[in-house]
Write a protein that binds this ligand. Sequence first.
Ligand code: AVI
Length: 322
Amino acid sequence: MLTQAVPQFHVSEFAAEVRAGLTKPLQREIPSKYLYDEVGSALFEVICVLPEYGLTRADTRLLRQHSEEIVDRLSLPTMVAELGSGSGKKTRWILEALSKRQRTFYYPIEISASALAACEKELREIEFVSIVGYERPYLDGLLAVAANRGEDDRLLVLFLGSTIGNFDRDASERFLREVRRILFPGDALLLGTDLEKSVPQLLLAYNDPAGVTAAFNLNVLARLNRELGADFDLAGFQHEARWNFRERRIEMHLRSRRRQTVRIPGAGLAITLEKGETLWTESSHKYQPEDVLAMANRTGFRCDAQWVDAEWPFAQNLLIAV
Ligand code: AVI
């Protein structure tokens, strides 16, 4: 696989965002993208196989069952760009279906070099598929892919796994509009969205009894210790998953078990946390199937088809740029 690399997070950007988040007046935050260093990405892979977290299996099941039908709905030839390919396991089904009909160019776009390497290892043996990875933020990578398209090429963008749910609702629509601006009418976006389900089921999915999600969440503090010289005592924090009824999202927080002062020299910061105060680390929005149709219409797409998993409410949505 060829990889087009561009340096990602400069330490200064990381430090500035951590500083901005941790000094917010009402609720301190750490941006969720910083959960995914090498350790965090490995822990996320384990979350995906936990019995309590059905999201990834539902996503994969839908792709396995419906890839032929999805591909039948596309205009060919189509090149495939994936925003956040991760290990690439789910993408196999689409690439196999597409490569039966045409030679297929696949462009995974990832900020993690190790995830890109894993993705290429997973998919490189599929016949008639060429892979060129882009180690860049999503929209930068997509712009680069679109700039190299042939005159007759259509583009299929994959945004799987309900990563869209980790954006605030406004930000998710802004992001879809940005994606749409890069596409031509008739191009496609396959969007995975996790659907609303019972609150106890959701809470268990984000606070599993084996403690893997807790480790994933706490690792962000370990990362601040490693990369910004912070002195977080991980034992002084408790992982918490809560359902926000108004916003219809799971929130992950880290609750301080005592009043404590933490120094983060790399961000030029020292903060004092009260006992019980939380650091908000992630939101995971959940949808109704019709929310996705409305969101598509508001952002320059129409929903061509929607497939919902029977076991774990999750929808695969094929959106066409209008
Ligand atoms: C990557 N993303 C869709 C996951 C989610 O479900 O929001 C991240 C995650 N956080 C905790 N468990 C999984």
